[in-house]
Design a protein around this ligand. Structure first.
Ligand SMILES: C[S@@+](CC[C@H](N)C(=O)[O-])C[C@H]1O[C@@H](n2cnc3c(N)ncnc32)[C@H](O)[C@@H]1O
Length: 210
């Protein structure tokens, strides 16, 4: 659909433009809202790991040393910053530019797939999850963390109001709940935590064995 791809191209360029200020923008949200989420997610990764929408690589310091990491991101400017961070940390990571909604990897090759704070930004979250499930091996682990729809209804109303602007302008969704899609794919939820009035949600879910 041409209109759809124009919109996605505009969103991708938007991420390019904000790449340089992304870490600074995130710093206060990280401190105030995310708690130990990056550590919680990354410390559970094992084996061949794919991080989808890796951004500027803010998760890199939190992965165990003994994994093999690949990272995918559609913004070249964000990807370049991940590359720089990886070099600074001395962390080997195979990076490629690509679309989370059409992963350029064969099926069943990863032991772990990670996606943090990006399910709110990927245009088609359902399709991205279908792709993550496809590239995971049977019995592999999916690790997700994001800001999601809050528990209390007054906050949900505010989030709905924010979305009236944030979705058309920046493609940012505030009321998605990836866990529902993961459950619908018959993954077994092994760990699940939700805090900050339900607005931050993190989970570890196992793909069914073959
Ligand atoms: C809020 S940032 C999160 C970055 C990183 N995961 C983190 O935890 O800091 C969202 C990222 O998703 C990327 N993104 C959005 N849609 C994408 C898509 N369809 N394919 C790949 N990356 C995408 C953006 O370029 C951006 O880097």
């Amino acid at each position: 659909m041409p209109g759809q791809s124009d919109r996605q191209e505009r969103l991708r360029r938007r991420w390019d433009k904000q790449a340089g200020s992304y870490d600074t923008q995130m710093a206060s949200a990280e401190r105030r809202f995310f708690a130990d989420t990056r550590d919680w997610v990354c410390s559970q990764a094992t084996g061949e790991v794919l991080e989808v929408a890796i951004g500027t690589g803010l998760n890199l310091p939190y992965y165990p040393d003994d994994i093999r990491l690949s990272g995918l991101e559609w913004s070249p400017a964000m990807l370049a910053l991940t590359q720089r961070r990886a070099a600074q940390l001395g962390r080997e990571v195979e990076l490629r530019q690509g679309d989370a909604q059409a992963l350029d990897f064969p099926g069943g090759v990863f032991d772990t797939v990670v996606c943090t704070f990006s399910m709110c930004a990927i245009p088609d979250d359902r399709q991205a999850l279908v792709e993550m499930a496809r590239v995971l091996r049977p019995g592999g682990l999916l690790l997700l963390a994001d800001h999601v729809e809050a528990g209390p209804w007054p906050i949900r109303v505010v989030q709905a109001a924010i979305e009236l602007v944030s979705i058309p302008v920046s493609g940012e969704y505030w009321r998605r709940r990836p866990i529902r899609l993961v459950q619908a794919m018959d993954f077994a939820i092994e760990r699940h935590e939700r805090f900050m009035l339900g607005m931050i949600e993190r989970l570890a879910a196992r793909k069914p064995p073959a």
